[in-house]
Design a protein around this ligand. Structure first.
Ligand SMILES: NC(=O)c1ccc[n+]([C@@H]2O[C@H](COP(=O)([O-])OP(=O)(O)OC[C@H]3O[C@@H](n4cnc5c(N)ncnc54)[C@H](O)[C@@H]3O)[C@@H](O)[C@H]2O)c1
Length: 275
């Protein structure tokens, strides 16, 4: 019997994952602050605020593995992001420990290392260099997961997702993670027999990819999509601005925007998000 718990189940990435999870698991526990739509026969919704330990503990009861995708997926003021992203991560790992859950697969982000220059090809062992409170929350959760691996033996895979937004500019040609490749990345993270506490970048097989997954080959992740298919149309319309400092960082506008200010709003594509 395999029971998978998914936090952030009502969100966009949760929506990309649910069908594949429902096919492979006996039961999928969906948890979020709001109810996801259209529950399948083996999906059960358990409402929980991430910063409420008792609610998170109850939501994860009976799970074998947790996919922790719930969070504020944007830069936000400290008082807003602290509860869901920092306290929420602690609550998930602690509840996993209390329930004897063996593995947490975490939706981390490129913004844990977003201040690095885009011209520097970074790997899975590159030290943290957050670009925002949001990026800091991803560094915190990655370190928390490492602590729970060392002290409690809970395995983790930190998926440093770059961007699941539909490619629409020159930068996105390097950083896109297609929904299909996201599903594969999660499935490999579930199936790999031993992961310890690992980091892997969530990117498709983009010809212009600016990060290296060389150190995470053991996962067996072999992305199939390449944003190059969008290049002719995007580059024909592109008017790149070499003085745009955001373009010079892996973290894009998260790196150049002020602390606490929504980067998704700065990107002007709230419908897609990036996180
Ligand atoms: N979308 C991307 O391209 C991208 C990139 C990198 C990382 N990520 C990460 O992936 C995860 C999912 O991203 P998404 O794009 O699906 O975001 P989303 O905003 O669509 O989904 C996040 C979900 O978390 C839930 N949530 C927020 N605060 C909560 C709280 N206090 N208690 C309970 N639930 C709460 C929301 O209700 C929402 O359903 C996030 O952790 C995000 O940081 C996303």
């Amino acid at each position: 019997m395999t029971v998978i718990a998914l936090t952030g189940a009502a969100g966009r990435l949760g929506g990309y994952l649910r069908e594949a999870l429902a096919k492979r698991a006996d039961k999928v526990i969906l948890t979020d602050r709001v109810s996801p739509e259209g529950l399948r026969a083996n999906e059960e919704f358990r409402q929980a605020e991430l910063d409420d330990y008792d609610a998170v503990h109850a939501a994860l009861a009976g799970a074998d593995v947790v996919l922790h995708f719930g969070a504020i997926a944007d830069e936000a003021p400290w008082d807003e992001i602290w509860g869901p992203n920092f306290v929420g991560a602690r609550n998930v790992w602690e509840a996993a420990h209390q329930h004897g859950i063996r593995r947490v697969i975490y939706a981390s982000s490129i913004h844990a290392v977003g201040m690095y220059p885009r011209t520097q090809r970074i790997g899975v062992d590159t030290p943290h260099y957050p670009d925002s409170f949001y990026g800091l929350s991803k560094c915190f959760a990655e370190n928390l997961g490492r602590l729970y691996w060392e002290k409690r033996g809970i395995e983790s895979v930190m998926l440093r997702i770059y961007s699941c937004a539909q490619p629409n500019n020159e930068r996105s040609l390097g950083v896109w993670l297609s929904p299909r490749d996201l599903v594969q990345l999660v499935e490999k993270s579930l199936d790999c027999p031993i992961v310890g506490c690992s980091v892997v970048y969530g990117v498709s097989a983009n010809s212009r990819c600016p990060v290296s997954n060389e150190g995470a080959k053991f996962l067996g992740y072999e992305p199939v999509d390449n944003a190059e298919e969008f290049a002719p149309e995007i580059l024909a319309a592109a008017k790149p601005d070499p003085s745009d400092k955001a373009q010079l960082h892996h973290g894009n506008v998260f790196a150049t925007g002020d602390l606490g200010v929504s980067a998704v709003a700065l990107m002007g594509r709230a419908e897609d998000g990036e996180g």
